[in-house]
Write a protein that binds this ligand. Structure first.
Ligand SMILES: Nc1ncnc2c1ncn2[C@@H]1O[C@H](COP(=O)(O)OP(=O)(O)OP(=O)(O)O)[C@@H](O)[C@H]1O
Ligand SMILES: [Mg+2]
Length: 528
């Protein structure tokens, strides 16, 4: 197959190409090369490619190309499992359709419905929404789907897993039969076939799974650590590596709250994100993380899917995820768009079997790494302080401090003075004795056939690593560096629909089984 890499060769209209150029996309990623021509023909398709390899534009560009600016009806519907993802996808669609003047709108729970109804009056052609709130609008007759020509299910497998099957069924019943349906995710567990056979017509399958991992973009490792030492391990890792931005995944909402608080006590700039926060709180945390006013985002799996924040250099699984799919998506929050990233997982001794299970399903061996020593942590912290000092010297503007500096140097030794300044900069972090984390029970390995995940291509694997086959060139090649592409303004994050939903444990610590039952359905009461 002769794959096109140049966006201009797809026959996309000039105003769409202009947006692509503006975003700094120099060439199409493999999933884009393969999907765009198929999507343009109007056929149904299933697209699978690794995290961070541009699936949004893969379905977004053909959609935008086809819609006429004058259109006043909703002709395209994109569904996502979480609110932040709806917001983020809407942002990306907005950027890609900017010069064409297409109107798109995000519709999600937790936001004032009146505001959404007013925005709908501006006649958007593309709706990006979470299933619950979409149904709400459909019932209120504020959204009509009679004219929808294209439906996209982003993170389709997760929507199933969250119990959205019935909602999706109800929504799709209202969309004309002769529509085009596209389904995208980095993971395709076997149950996705059920959804596909029900909603898609003779779909083309596009699967970009690299055969050889020449240079993984995500450096994965696990650290065996007893439950009660996890916090110390995390502190040491953060000190040693000083991530630009890090996401730390915890199993439950309670865990996230406690961990975020503990990190703050220790002087880290951290905050928590989970489904029990108000939408306003969720938005605020995400905005702070995006603009760098916090460096550590502690989150439940609400942040595992689709979230695209540039500058995330590290992902830490403070608690191992239950599902291998979740592992793949969580670590995929780093190593995106050709950038490198690091992903560590804490594994308690009793969870080693579960780690092997994740390795088997993802077909990737995760190397073991020793717990960083205190000396390494201190060294890391000091290195960062030294770098900061040098940066400040380079910036100049020190005149007003110089007088006092000279005075002090007359009385004290220079090394001693500098050491004292560095000690202050290190911050006065509270001891671990002040930190309280409720222990989590170990996750037990589930039985599942290794092949179950891969849908059509059992020979593949979705080890959550990008490489030459997966996406971008990492050697400064044209795809690897997005040049002047903006870091994204406000909310471009992922997030779950149901505020009360928890795949994690609820605050009282009960484990929610990961199966289809009503308990696991998003609690939309008061949320949608
Ligand atoms: N052709 C391209 N060249 C450079 N950057 C791109 C290109 N296409 C998309 N991107 C950027 O890459 C990043 C990741 O894209 P996107 O979020 O669509 O990934 P994804 O495949 O959907 O990942 P996930 O599985 O985690 O949802 C985004 O910031 C996007 O703007
Ligand atoms: Mg995505």
């Amino acid at each position: 197959m002769n794959l096109l890499k140049n966006f201009a060769d797809f026959g996309l209209e000039p105003r769409v190409l202009q947006a692509i150029t503006e975003l700094g996309f120099e060439e199409a990623t493999p999933i884009q090369s393969q999907s765009i021509p198929i999507a343009l023909t109007g056929k149904d398709m299933i697209g699978q490619a690794q995290t961070g390899t541009g699936k949004t534009a893969a379905f977004g560009l053909p959609l935008i190309h086809k819609i006429a600016k004058e259109e006043e009806r909703i002709v395209a519907l994109i569904m996502t499992p979480t609110r932040e993802l709806a917001i983020q996808v809407a942002e990306e669609i907005g950027k890609l359709s900017r010069f064409k003047g297409i109107r798109s709108l995000a519709i999600y729970g937790g936001q004032d419905i009146g505001r959404q109804i007013r925005a709908l009056k501006r006649k958007p052609q593309i709706i990006i929404g979470t299933p619950g709130r979409l149904l709400d609008h459909i019932n209120r007759k504020t959204i009509r789907l009679d004219d929808v020509q294209t439906v996209v299910l982003d993170e389709a497998d997760e929507m199933l897993d969250m119990g959205f099957m019935e909602d999706i069924q109800s929504i799709l019943k209202l969309v004309p039969e002769e529509r085009q349906t596209l389904l995208f995710s980095a993971t395709m567990p076997a149950n996705i076939q059920k959804l596909a056979s029900q909603f898609l017509k003779e779909p083309e399958h596009v699967s970009v799974i690299p055969k050889h991992v020449s240079a993984p973009l995500i450096d994965q490792a696990y650290i065996e650590v007893p439950e009660r030492q996890k916090f110390e391990a995390l502190s040491r890792l953060l000190d040693m590596e000083s991530p630009e931005l890090a996401i730390v995944f915890g199993r439950t909402k309670r865990r996230v709250d406690e961990l975020a608080e503990a990190l703050q006590k220790r002087g880290y700039s951290a905050d928590g994100l989970h489904g029990d926060l108000s939408q306003h709180q969720r938005d605020t945390v995400m905005r702070k993380f995006r603009d760098g006013s916090i460096d550590v985002l502690v989150a439940t799996d609400v942040a595992a899917r689709g979230l695209d924040v540039s500058g995330v250099t590290h992902v830490v699984n403070f608690d191992l995820p239950q599902d291998p799919e979740s592992y793949v998506h969580r670590i995929g929050r780093t190593g995106r768009a050709g950038k490198e990233g690091t992903a560590w997982s804490f594994v308690t001794p009793r969870e080693m079997d579960h780690l092997y299970f994740i390795e088997r399903v993802t077909r990737h061996r995760i190397p073991r790494k020793p717990l960083p020593t205190i000396a390494e942590a201190i060294e890391g912290k000091q290195r960062i302080i030294a770098e900061r000092l040098i940066e400040v010297i380079d910036q100049g503007e020190l005149t007003e401090y110089k007088g006092l500096a000279i005075q002090l140097l007359e009385q004290y030794d220079s090394v001693q003075l500098l050491a004292a300044a560095m000690k202050i900069m290190t911050g006065d972090k509270k001891e671990a004795s002040d930190i309280h984390l409720t222990p989590e029970d170990p996750i037990r390995a589930k039985r599942r056939k290794p092949d179950i995940r891969s849908g059509r291509k059992p020979s593949g694997g979705y080890g959550g690593r990008s490489n030459s086959g997966g996406g971008y060139r990492r050697d400064g090649g044209s795809g690897g560096n997005r040049g002047g592409y903006s870091k994204g303004g406000y909310n471009r994050d992922g997030n779950r629909d149901g505020g009360g939903y928890n795949r994690d444990r609820n605050s009282s610590g009960d484990r929610k089984p990961r199966s289809y039952n009503n308990d696991r359905r998003p609690n939309r009461g008061g949320d949608e």
